[in-house]
Design a protein around this ligand. Structure first.
Ligand code: F6P
Length: 342
């Protein structure tokens, strides 16, 4: 078989382990693996594919990012792009394509699969907001990066008796904020799923200070909902999938906290640091298991399916089911976390 592989959407640690695993699992069958560069853009623009073999995938297990490159390309936005993609796909003589991506890339995969293209999906995103799988790779690395940042901010916050506001990624889902905030002992966590009032935030900080604490750490997801506030955007521009680029809520929040509490406040926006660098052991192993399973699905011609983690098992689910609705934080989990606020 001739198997194509592409990585689409925002990059994340663990993509290279998946690519390596696909190659290592496919070669013993005598299959050929080719890498499509820059996500769906590689097919739309007919970029020369990258040969994937033992030589080209050696030494990439521990490397962040993706050797194939990525992009946020939505071929369904433009009729000509879509027809080029289909024509170029046929020209590559692929028997199957493994698409590694989040809701957007796999959303395109769902549509192509419905049109009869042989696609298998692999879920990735640091946001962990894809349905159908317990975890996506990249998430554990991002959570650990944020936890380490919180630990570092903790010591300086304590020394200076300051409030530290830490902004993390997550436009619709607060998984990173919640996990890293819990692991780092944050005193308040604000996420997109559950809105809070400014009075509640101030009250929580004041209550904590009233019991003798002289510093606080507030973790805020970029898409957090503060009642009466608009989402804070980096630019007015939308990406090809219609998403706005968020970022900057921590600055307004920090100013408001300082003004209303009188406590000196500092802000850290972690940004793309959360997405870069080496994957954790968990993400390397999950990526490796996903890659091997993706090849199994290709061999079984289980197209239109995506590999997924369910408990400790790697299973397959329909891509269409996984992309129908985002997986967001449930009330119970947020309630548990809020026991540690203040
Ligand atoms: O990959 C998802 C994500 O990490 C979001 O949490 C974030 O809002 C977005 O990517 C930012 O992506 P970019 O800067 O690459 O457009």
């Amino acid at each position: 078989m001739r198997i194509g592989v592409l990585t689409g959407g925002g990059d994340c640690p663990g993509l290279n382990p998946v690519i390596r695993a696909i190659v290592r699992a496919a070669l013993p069958y005598g299959d050929e693996v080719v890498g499509i560069r820059n996500g769906w853009a590689g097919l739309v623009n007919n970029l020369p594919p990258m040969e994937l073999n033992l030589t080209t995938v050696t030494g990439i297990l521990h490397r962040g990012g993706t050797i194939l490159g990525t992009s946020r390309t939505n071929p369904y936005k433009d009729r000509e792009a879509l027809s080029n993609l289909k024509k170029n796909w046929k020209g590559l003589n692929l028997d199957a394509l493994v698409a590694i991506g989040g809701e957007d890339t796999l959303g395109v995969a769902t549509k192509l699969s419905a049109e009869g293209f042989p696609v298998v999906g692999v879920p990735k995103t640091i946001d962990n907001d894809l349905s159908g799988t317990d975890y996506t790779f990249g998430f554990d690395t991002a959570v650990n990066v944020v936890m380490e940042a919180i630990d570092r901010l903790h010591t300086t916050a304590e020394s200076h008796h300051r409030i530290m506001v830490v902004e993390v990624m997550g436009r619709h889902a607060g998984w990173i904020a919640l996990h890293a905030g819990l692991a780092g002992g944050a005193d308040m966590i604000l996420i997109p799923e559950f809105s809070v009032t400014m009075d509640e935030i101030i009250g929580t900080i004041q209550k904590r200070h009233a019991r003798g604490k002289s510093f606080s750490i507030v973790v805020v997801a970029e898409g957090a909902q503060i009642k009466g506030w608009d989402l804070i955007l980096k630019t007015q521009k939308k990406d090809a999938f219609g998403h706005v680029l968020l970022g900057g809520i921590s600055h307004s929040l920090g100013k408001e906290i300082e003004k209303r509490t009188g406590f000196e406040t500092r802000v850290t926006e972690l940004g793309h640091i959360q997405r870069g660098g080496s994957p954790t052991a968990f993400d390397r192993v999950l990526g490796t298991r996903f890659g091997v399973k993706a090849v199994e699905l290709v061999k079984q011609k289980k197209f239109g399916h995506m590999v997924a983690l369910s408990g400790a098992q790697i299973i397959s689910v329909k891509i269409a089911d996984a992309t129908r609705k985002l997986k967001v934080v449930d009330k119970e989990f947020y309630k548990l976390a809020s026991k540690f606020f203040g």
